[in-house]
Design a protein around this ligand. Structure first.
Ligand code: BDR
Ligand code: CA
Length: 307
């Protein structure tokens, strides 16, 4: 059996691709999914997660989480992912969401797996921050938290902030400063993890129901990037999952980090605390380099299993 993980996400087309490779990988055992408001509302992200499980033939518990940020104005990315979050592809739904809330699922499963459970967070960090606030006693049981979010360089919502951190800066600050062992995949690397136009055509050529629906979502996301002058996709969330599957595809450096929560201009910006707060723990391994070829091989290999 692979690493035991719960995936916290806001599907989202790149979340969808990340979930599909997580389901296909023998290195991971996905024990549950918690949905959070982000790209679209939490009702829709939970629905999408369930529909993606059904598409991939997986029976995985999906719990609904926070419907908005801990503080500040809610925002979404339906301009990038479509009004339903999946490029307006209408995936059929089977099953229903869990009777447990995201908070209950995270708390109970961390206790049940007693230090063996990893978390992967690919949306705003609201659910994880609530876990930290509501159950500080279970933090030591988080084996590792892998995050897609933030940037040490430029943002993608504002000059300073990446979407997941911008959507809930307070949550991101609480999580980064929590002391939990974190691996952070920010725009510094995810902007360089691409799915090229010819690879999309190749996946389309493989056929089959799962990949036909997947390519329909991808084409929507591709149109967004084409409008920005890129003939391919930025694989933000899939890179975070790929990094858990194979840690060799990225290089990481430990940092002490926080997030700007007050200044309206730089809200959501990552703050490097290494020298400013020398006693702050360097608990965040920031990925700053990715092996694009190794990432492509891993992604394409896992997608091929859906033919
Ligand atoms: C992040 O923002 C979302 O739109 C994507 O799903 C990804 O998690 C990239 O900034
Ligand atoms: Ca996401």
């Amino acid at each position: 059996m692979g690493k035991k993980v719960i995936i916290d996400c806001d599907p989202g087309i790149d979340d969808a691709l990340a979930l599909l490779i997580a389901f296909a990988s023998e290195e991971l055992e996905v024990l549950g999914i918690t949905a959070v408001a982000g790209n679209v509302s939490s009702d829709l992200t939970a629905r999408n997660a369930l529909a993606l499980c059904a598409l991939a033939g997986k029976n995985i518990e999906v719990a609904v989480g926070a419907s908005g940020p801990l503080s500040g104005k809610p925002c979404n990315a339906s301009d990038v992912h479509g009004s339903n979050g999946l490029g307006n592809v209408d995936l059929p739904l089977t099953g229903s969401v869990s009777s447990r809330s995201a908070d209950e699922m995270l708390f109970e499963e961390l206790i049940r797996h007693n230090g063996e459970l990893e978390l992967i967070a690919m949306g705003p960090l609201t659910n994880i921050a609530l876990l930290i606030k509501n159950h500080p006693d279970v933090l030591l049981l988080v084996k590792k938290l892998t995050i897609m979010g933030g940037s040490l360089g430029r943002g993608n919502v504002t000059r300073y902030a990446e979407f997941n951190f911008y959507a809930d800066p307070l949550a991101a600050d609480i999580v980064l400063r929590s002391g939990i062992p974190i691996e952070m995949y920010g725009l510094d690397v995810t902007n360089h993890a691409l799915l090229f136009a010819e690879q999309i055509d190749e996946i389309e050529g493989w056929g089959g129901l799962v990949l036909t629906q997947t390519v329909a979502m991808i084409r929507y996301y591709q149109a967004f990037y084409r409008s920005k002058g890129l003939d391919g996709l930025k694989m933000h969330d899939p890179l975070a999952v790929a990094g858990v599957i194979d840690p060799e595809i990225t290089k990481r450096t430990p940092h002490a980090l926080g997030v700007e929560t007050r200044d309206p201009e730089t809200l959501g910006r990552v703050l490097v605390l290494n020298d400013v707060e020398p006693e702050a723990p360097r608990n965040v391994d920031v990925c700053l380099e990715v092996d694009q070829d190794a990432f492509s091989r891993l992604f394409m290999g896992l997608m091929k299993s859906y033919r």
